[in-house]
Design a protein around this ligand. Structure first.
Ligand code: 7PM
Length: 299
């Protein structure tokens, strides 16, 4: 008897990211690459302009090596960002953000066989990142900034639309929902519809419930338990849980000691419908997800 499961091409899920098609028939890992001035131990040479040849190359090389090792460990996407979403973080100017992320994206896109993602809300950063080879825009503001939607639409990049209640500086002050899952789903659906209306094909869109972004601890765990409901949109889900305070709160450990908790969260996210997990610890997460896959493939 013919069945869909005998034909690997029938309804195989994917995310289109520029010229690359990310196969989502098994869960994928997005590795986090921070390029803030303090994220590499040379004291911030990424901030240095192209004129500062020594500092520039040292930090660029470190970023490249870190990304290379994440790819070797199993990352399908490298997410390049400037931690501008951290509550209380100093605002970064457009030029600073361009100077930090564009050279790194260009180097990664040229040298690595991986989808390079840019973590930004800024239209100029979206445009420049696409020009140098980025395949995905990861925007915690879901392309709501003036000009961001049209900037993304003018490229062939994939987009990750994340739910956030409020703005990074104040979002944790009093998170409140009438109906958490319904509110998150309605927001994401509305942003996906806006993307499609701007010419972004559905195949380019993935959704993210935004763990920790305008949510209490209880909200975050309800969302992790019930995120399968978001699959009703028909779009793939990305989940970012790695090292977050929702894990720290239950294991009572500092950021550096949250790997076991983060692995449990990644496994649960995949079991509850996530196609992509955004993590800091790629090798360990890859092992954990292989165990999930072995269960799913059991006869
Ligand atoms: C401080 C606060 C530092 C928060 C870093 C963070 C997500 C993301 C981030 C996510 C998507 C972190 C966050 N989280 N992008 N960017 N989904 N799509 O813990 O959950 O990494 S930044």
């Amino acid at each position: 008897m013919l069945s869909q499961t005998t034909d690997p091409d029938v309804s195989a899920p994917f995310l289109q990211c520029g010229s690359r098609r990310l196969d989502l028939s098994t869960p994928r890992i997005m590795g986090v690459l921070n390029v803030t001035p303090d994220s590499f131990s040379d004291g911030g040479a990424l901030r240095a302009s192209r004129g500062d040849a020594a500092g520039f190359s040292v930090s660029l090389d470190k970023a490249l090596r870190r990304a290379e090792s994440m790819v070797a460990d199993g990352a399908a996407i490298i997410d390049v960002g400037g931690e501008s979403t951290r509550p209380g973080a100093a605002p970064v100017s457009e030029q600073q953000e361009l100077d930090r992320v564009v050279p790194v994206i260009e180097a990664l896109a040229r040298r690595l066989d991986v989808i390079v993602s840019v973590d930004t809300s800024n239209p100029a950063v979206i445009r420049e990142s696409a020009r140098v080879g980025a395949g995905l825009v990861n925007d915690v503001r879901a392309l709501r900034r003036e000009g961001a939607l049209s900037a993304a639409a003018a490229t062939a990049m994939g987009v990750c639309l994340m739910h956030m209640q409020g703005e990074p500086g104040t979002m944790q002050q009093a998170p409140d929902y009438d109906n958490l899952l319904a509110d998150v789903q309605a927001f994401l659906q509305q942003r996906a519809t806006a993307c499609e209306a701007s010419g972004i094909a559905r195949a380019r869109i993935c959704l993210d419930p935004g763990f920790g972004f305008g949510k209490t601890l209880a909200h975050n765990y309800t969302l992790l338990r019930d995120m399968q409901q978001l699959l009703g949109t028909g779009l793939p889900l990305l989940a970012g849980l790695s090292r977050k305070s929702m894990i720290g709160a239950v294991v009572e450990r500092q950021v550096a000691d949250r790997l076991p908790g983060s692995l449990a969260a990644a496994v649960l996210a995949v079991m509850h419908g996530a196609s992509i997990v955004r993590v800091h610890d790629v090798a360990a997460t890859a092992d954990a997800l292989k165990v999930v896959q072995a269960v799913n493939n059991a006869s």
